[in-house]
Design a protein around this ligand. Structure first.
Ligand SMILES: C[S@@+](CC[C@H](N)C(=O)[O-])C[C@H]1O[C@@H](n2cnc3c(N)ncnc32)[C@H](O)[C@@H]1O
Length: 314
């Protein structure tokens, strides 16, 4: 990272960890901007280093055991229901973009800690030169920070919100690699993907799918990831023994304590009640294993215990 450059509000507090972990001095000059819709052709590289037990245990902080039932109907009905939900999610996110940016700026959902954990995994575990796919990237508030000093050679961001992608383009400008932004449903983007995906990251967005949809989606990602690839998710996580409704009520209580207007809090609460489907840590990991990933580890639990980050590998 260039000295003196703050990528996003609050990022300065992450700088010592990034500086400590950056093995390579990659200049963070503004990148050439590619038009939306350009396609990438990921490369394959050498096998990854092992994620040692010691390193893993230093960042694994919480494990759950419970599974939830899936209970969905036929796939065609699911697809139609999903399309309706995506449309309503898109409307909600377009309206809620400013509110979400306040949440990010205030670090109310632990973006700083989550993206620092992502950065550390990328530095220590990603292959030498990797393509990074940021699914449901939104405004990509911390992605440039997480990728600073890593071996990223291409960034592909996917989101259904065009206004969010416009902001993302500015936030990602410090990256030295080519940047490609696609305005697209992330499930459809994966369905249509051609070539390998070196590192796939999805932050606070996979939980909009129902359980069986999540599992199917993970299976599609697994088939696109090379043996040295990484699939990382940061998602709402139920406590052991807690169901989706329990998580929703816990999040609702947490929201009430945030320094935001009543209207903003009401909009957030209404969105999460309609669209958020948290899973336990055991379910997130179990779904990944059922999808074909051999290794599934939890790397991080947010201080509010509402979310967790997971690393899946073949
Ligand atoms: C809570 S924000 C997360 C943004 C970012 N990943 C982060 O870590 O802060 C959720 C994002 O998912 C996007 N989104 C929701 N459903 C989507 C879908 N089906 N396909 C693509 N993007 C979607 C929204 O537009 C929004 O930008």
């Amino acid at each position: 990272m260039r000295p003196g450059v703050d990528l996003v509000g609050g990022f300065a507090s992450l700088r010592p960890a990034y500086v400590r972990n950056c093995g390579k001095d990659r200049s963070m000059q503004p990148s050439p901007k590619l038009p939306m819709g350009c396609r990438s052709s990921p490369k394959r590289g050498p096998a990854p280093s092992n994620f040692t037990d010691a390193r893993l245990s230093s960042i694994i902080v919480n494990l759950g055991r419970r599974r939830t039932a899936s209970g969905e109907g036929p796939s065609t009905l699911q697809a139609a229901a999903r399309r309706r939900r995506v449309t309503s999610d898109q409307e909600l996110f377009a309206k809620g973009l400013a509110t979400y940016q306040k949440i990010v700026a205030g670090n109310f959902l632990a973006h700083e800690q989550a993206y620092q954990a992502l950065h550390e995994v990328l530095v220590s575990e990603a292959k030498e030169d990797f393509v990074f796919v940021d699914l449901a990237c939104g405004a990509a508030p911390y992605s440039a920070a997480a990728l600073a000093g890593t071996g990223v050679v291409r960034y592909v961001g996917v989101d259904i919100s065009r206004p969010a992608l416009e902001i993302a383009r500015e936030k990602l400008a410090p990256l030295a690699c080519p940047i490609e932004l696609r305005c697209k449903d992330f499930v459809e983007a994966i369905d249509a993907w051609e070539g390998w995906l070196d590192v796939v990251w999805i932050g606070l967005s996979l939980h909009h799918l129902r359980t069986s949809e999540k599992r199917a989606f993970m299976g599609k990602v697994e088939r696109l990831i090379p043996r040295d690839g990484l699939f990382l998710i940061w998602e709402p996580t139920c406590l052991e023994g807690e169901d989706r409704e329990g998580w929703v009520e816990r999040f609702s209580t947490y929201l009430k304590g945030l320094p935001m207007s009543l209207d903003e809090l009401a909009a957030m609460d209404s969105h999460q009640r309609a669209s958020d489907y948290a899973e336990t840590a055991a379910t997130w990991k179990g779904m990944a294993r059922e999808a074909g990933f051999e290794k599934a580890d939890q790397l991080f639990t947010s201080p509010d215990r509402l979310t967790g980050m997971y690393l899946f590998r073949r």
